[in-house]
Design a protein around this ligand. Structure first.
Ligand code: ADP
Ligand code: MG
Length: 279
């Protein structure tokens, strides 16, 4: 099928790029996050049904599926971001390195530092670029200006933004372009030294050039971070992810190596979706 073939090509291009960079055999993969029998409710309405899956360390896992299928809800369960929405409840488990993140003793603020989040719409604070990135470490009690300066520089470098902003760190972040603002939000998330980055459609509001930069950045970041990304763009999932999971109507229908999911899906719903028969 033509569409499946083009996905396959995208995946192959990525794998080629990868093989020139590093090689990590699949069998050495370590589970970073494990979700077991997760059900999630907004009031009476159930949004996730018995979701079980794993997310491998230092890899990119993409979550795809039609609008309203529960992708964002699912992503937010991974750092308890749904806790702040009134009337929600869940059952089941989410383990981060074997620890239940919903256990009563868990410090949610510390959890969200370890599991950082980047949203679709970039949301810089109306502050300078420096202060945006220094915000998290400052809240966490870091007052030493030299240390903050180092954190800001390193985070901006990791987010591939340093060269563009290093001469105007004290100017308002709101003056940056959309693509720069999104990389700033990534730098802000990196400044608290997370291990996991959750990204909810991080490039869907950006032009193609900025999208390509974000995709390149994600590719770089997975050397050091575990990344879970929601995208409604299947080509993007095929380009950047190692694993892809397909959600439909609150169910996780199928998750597999990206290559396999796009070329030989085992479920009819997955095939219908990736061949564009619905959604
Ligand atoms: P997706 O990200 O795949 O588009 P969502 O996770 O946003 O899907 O939504 C899944 C379901 O949960 C939808 O039916 C949506 O209407 C519902 N939902 C999402 N957010 C809320 C909310 N804050 N309050 C009530 N229902 C919500
Ligand atoms: Mg969403």
């Amino acid at each position: 099928m033509a569409i499946l073939q083009s996905f396959s090509e995208l995946v192959h291009q990525r794998q080629h790029r990868e093989s020139t960079k590093r090689s990590r055999p699949v069998e050495t993969e370590v589970t970073k996050l494990e979700v077991k029998n997760l059900n999630f409710f907004y009031g009476e309405q159930q949004a996730l049904f018995d979701v079980s899956t794993t997310i491998a360390e230092r890899s990119v896992t993409a979550f795809i599926g039609p609008s309203g299928c529960g992708k964002s809800t699912f992503l937010r369960t991974l750092n308890r971001m749904n806790d702040i929405i009134e009337g929600t409840r869940l059952n089941g488990q989410v383990h981060l390195e074997g620890q239940d993140i919903y256990a009563p003793e868990v410090d949610v603020v510390a959890l969200r530092k370890r599991v950082g989040m980047v949203f679709q719409k970039s949301t810089p604070f109306p502050k300078s670029t420096f202060d945006n990135v220094a915000y998290g470490p400052k809240i966490a009690g870091q007052r030493n200006h030299k240390v903050l300066t180092e954190i800001v520089e390193q985070s901006l470098k990791r987010a591939a933004l340093w060269d563009e902003v290093k001469d105007r760190l004290n100017e308002s972040a709101l003056a940056l372009s959309g693509g720069q603002q999104q990389r700033l939000c990534i730098a802000r998330a990196l400044a608290t030294n997370p291990d996991v980055l959750l990204m909810d459609e991080p490039a869907s509001a950006l032009d193609p050039a900025s999208t390509a930069r974000i995709e390149d950045l994600i590719f770089e970041l997975k050397q050091n971070y575990t990344i879970a990304i929601v995208t409604h763009n299947m080509q993007q999932a095929a380009r950047i992810s190692d694993w892809t999971a397909f959600f439909f109507q609150g169910y996780l229908i199928e998750k597999d190596h990206t290559q396999r999911l796009f070329t030989t899906p085992t479920k009819k719903q997955t095939e219908d979706y990736i061949t564009g028969r619905f959604g």
